[in-house]
Ligand binder design. Structure first.
Ligand SMILES: Cc1cc2nc3c(=O)[nH]c(=O)nc-3n(C[C@H](O)[C@H](O)[C@H](O)COP(=O)(O)OP(=O)(O)OC[C@H]3O[C@@H](n4cnc5c(N)ncnc54)[C@H](O)[C@@H]3O)c2cc1C
Ligand SMILES: *[C@@H]1O[C@H](CO)[C@@H](O)[C@H](O)[C@H]1NC(C)=O
Length: 266
């Protein structure tokens, strides 16, 4: 399973990494502000949504109930964490951080495996934990979800309605990182990767501008976000294609290595 997963991620990330390299080549040579400056400026604009080491919000998001999945990531300590509650908060923060040339990380559900993917030592971590709104369109064709959602939040809402989206297999995983990374699902063989089932991304660009990226609007960005990770902005809402789904059987088939079917492949 992990082989299939990493292969799918590798394929979908390829185009994005090419684009990301181009984006980086234009990066500024302006000096980087120190983290205390960045955190102080952010706090001046956004008040108590900025938290510091030792405070309850900070601890909760590092290694408390909303903490990171990997211990290695819990051990990365930023200078401050910023917990936006809506898209405008994110836009304000990104504008400020870009103006000051501050280093920052973006955290969705905090399930990435390695240190520094969604946290940054001595920097600023934008933690999307509090952005968890979920709405289903009236015709039941689209489910919109905030980037702080985990898959279980969406499934718990859609299951009673006999609806589903193409989402992650372990339901504690964050929707944001999984979707911008490509995303493998129990439904993948029927409907494609998770990212293939996004009809629209609301995203805050490096300029602080809030845009929709979809098939007809910012269509190049829409394509790049399907596997592009955190290279293009902070996604503040995902709109997922939604379909009717009753109950179904699922599970794992486990085999000892010596009986593994690999011998049929070589
Ligand atoms: C137990 C477990 C089960 C898993 N099951 C599956 C599975 O079934 N299918 C699958 O495909 N993968 C699976 N994964 C892998 C998972 O998809 C990745 O770890 C994914 O990055 C998790 O997303 P997150 O939001 O929780 O992670 P985070 O650690 O918060 O973020 C991961 C990356 O995405 C970036 N990012 C997060 N939010 C945003 C945003 N809003 N805008 C831009 N960039 C953002 C971060 O900066 C970081 O680089 C699993 C992982 C675990 C630990
Ligand atoms: C694409 O973005 C435009 C501009 O915001 C919006 O009007 C349109 O409804 C979006 N399309 C989808 C499918 O969300």
């Amino acid at each position: 399973m992990s082989f299939v997963m990493s292969l799918s991620l590798a394929v979908s990330c390829f185009i994005a990494s090419v684009l990301a390299t181009q984006a980086y080549s234009g990066s500024s040579t302006q000096s980087i502000s120190t983290s205390p400056q960045c955190c102080a400026q952010l706090q001046a604009k956004l008040g108590s949504k900025v938290s510091f080491p030792g405070s309850p919000i900070f601890i909760n998001e590092q290694n408390g109930a909303s903490g990171y999945w990997a211990i290695a990531e819990q051990n990365v300590i930023p200078a401050c964490r910023f917990t936006p509650t809506d898209t405008h908060d994110v836009a304000t923060a990104v504008t400020e951080l870009a103006n000051l040339n501050c280093q920052f990380a973006i955290r969705g559900g905090g399930h990435m495996f390695w240190a520094g993917s969604a946290n940054i030592a001595h920097g600023v971590t934008i933690d999307l934990t509090a952005m968890t709104d979920i709405t289903v369109s009236q015709n039941h064709k689209v489910t919109s979800a905030g980037p702080g959602c985990r898959w279980k939040d969406i499934y718990n809402k859609l299951d009673p309605m006999n609806l589903a989206v193409v989402g992650g297999r372990a339901d504690t995983v964050g929707i944001a990182g999984l979707t911008v990374g490509g995303g493998n699902s129990w439904f993948a063989s029927r409907y494609g990767f998770v990212c293939d089932n996004v009809v629209n991304f609301e995203i805050v660009l490096a300029s602080g501008k809030i845009v929709d990226a979809n098939e007809t609007h910012y269509s190049d960005l829409y394509k790049a976000l399907k596997g592009g990770g955190n290279n293009f902005g902070v996604v503040t809402r995902f709109d997922y294609k939604t379909f009717e789904q009753g109950e179904f059987w699922g599970g794992f088939l486990v085999s000892v290595l010596s009986k593994f079917l690999l011998r049929n492949c070589i």
